[in-house]
Design a protein around this ligand. Structure first.
Ligand code: ATP
Length: 308
C-alpha cells in the first residue's frame, strides 16, 4: 500500500537529493553504488582548503560489516603532491576515492582534508573541491559541448575548446558529424572509451578543482595517447600545484609520482617513491618487474589512434 501522505518538504529534499546526485554524476563512479545515507550535521561549515592535504587515520570500512575492505588504513597525501594508490584488484583503491567523496562514511577512524574531518563540512563544499575522472564516465544525452561544459556551466565556447585541446580531444571532436554540437550519450553517437576518458579530462580541466582524482582514468587509451595526455595532466598539476590521487594498475603511468602508496589486504603494505620502493625489493618492486617483463613481450603497444 502506498503511503500517500508523504510530507511535501520530504519530497522536496528527495528531489534536491536526486538533483544533487545528477549534478554530481561526473563524479559518481556508479550511480547504483551511491549511498545517500551519509548525513550532514546541522550548521555545517564549508570545507576550508589551505593546501589540499588528505589524511586517512585508522580508517576501517566495508560495504558489508562482515566483510571489511579497508582495515586500519592510515596514510597522508601531502598538499600539492601527485600521489598514486596501487595494489591488487579488489583491494579497495576505488573505495578510497568513494570515501573521500563521501559516497559512504567510514566505520572507524577518520578522513581529514586540511585538518577537517570530512563529516564536519558541507557535502556541497566537499564535492565542489573534488574532480574525478572515473573508470567509466557517464555521458549526458546532450551535445559534446554540453558534456564538457558540465565541468563549468559558465565557461565560454573558447574555454570549452581550449580544455578539449588540452585533453587531446579537440581534433577528434572536429571530425564528429556536427562537431561540438554532436549528440552523444545513450541516444546519441557512440564514442569510444578513450574518447570518453578524454572528454572527462576536458571536463575536469574546465572545472579546475583543487583536488583531483583519477581512477584508472587513462586505461582505455592506447599507450601513445595515454603518455601524451598524462604529460599534459602532469604539467597542469605542476603549474597549479594541485593535490592529485591516481588509482592505477599499470605502474608505468604513475612511477613518476611524488609518493606511491601500495595497498594490500586493506592496509598500506609499503609507500615511498618509485626508486625507494624498487630498492626495498617488496611488493611494488615485484609488480614492477612483472609488468615490465610483460610489456617487453607484448607487441600490441604500437597502434595508436589519438591526437599528438
Ligand atoms: P580494481 O583495481 O579491480 O578496480 P579496487 O582496488 O579499486 O579494484 P574497489 O572497487 O575499491 O577495489 O572494491 C573493493 C572491494 O569492494 C571489492 O571486493 C569489491 O567487490 C567490493 N565492492 C565494491 N563496491 C561495492 C559495493 N557497492 N557493494 C559491495 N561491495 C563492493
Amino acid at each position: 500500500v502506498f503511503q500517500l501522505s508523504v510530507p511535501l518538504n520530504f519530497l522536496g529534499s528527495v528531489y534536491r537529493e536526486l538533483r544533487q546526485s545528477l549534478l554530481d554524476m561526473e563524479t559518481l563512479f556508479n550511480l547504483q553504488k551511491v549511498n545517500v545515507a551519509v548525513k550532514e550535521p546541522k550548521d555545517v561549515k564549508p570545507l576550508l582548503l589551505t593546501g589540499g592535504e588528505i589524511r586517512f587515520e585508522n580508517v576501517k570500512f566495508g560495504y558489508r560489516p562482515d566483510r571489511p575492505i579497508l582495515k586500519n588504513l592510515s596514510f597522508t597525501i601531502p598538499a600539492g603532491k601527485k600521489v598514486a594508490i596501487v595494489g591488487p584488484s579488489g583491494c579497495g583503491k576505488s573505495t578510497i576515492l568513494r570515501l573521500l567523496f563521501r559516497s559512504y562514511d567510514v566505520q572507524e577512524g577518520r578522513i581529514l582534508i586540511d585538518g577537517q574531518d570530512i563529516r564536519d563540512v558541507s557535502l556541497e563544499s566537499l564535492r565542489k573541491a573534488i574532480g574525478v575522472v572515473p573508470q567509466d564516465t557517464p555521458l549526458f544525452n546532450n551535445t559534446i559541448e554540453h558534456n564538457i561544459k558540465y565541468g563549468n556551466m559558465e565557461a565560454s565556447a573558447e574555454e570549452v575548446r581550449a580544455a578539449a585541446k588540452k585533453a587531446h580531444i579537440h581534433q577528434s571532436i572536429q571530425q564528429f558529424p556536427d562537431g561540438y554540437d554532436t549528440m552523444v550519450g545513450e541516444r546519441g553517437m557512440m564514442i569510444s572509451g578513450g574518447e570518453k576518458q578524454r572528454l572527462a579530462v576536458s571536463r575536469l580541466i574546465l572545472k579546475d578543482p583543487p583536488l583531483l582524482f583519477f581512477d584508472e582514468a587513462t586505461s582505455a587509451l592506447d599507450t601513445y595517447t595515454e603518455q601524451n595526455l598524462l604529460a599534459h595532466i602532469n604539467s597542469i598539476l605542476k603549474e597549479k600545484s594541485r593535490t592529485s590521487v591516481f588509482v592505477a594498475h599499470r605502474l608505468r603511468t604513475i612511477y613518476d609520482s611524488d609518493l606511491i602508496i601500495v595497498l594490500q589486504s586493506g592496509e598500506v603494505a609499503e609507500s615511498g617513491t618509485h626508486e625507494k620502493l624498487i630498492d626495498r625489493a617488496g611488493v611494488y618492486s615485484e609488480l614492477w618487474s612483472a609488468q615490465e617483463t610483460s610489456l617487453d613481450s607484448s607487441s600490441d603497444e604500437t597502434n595508436y589512434s589519438g591526437e599528438g
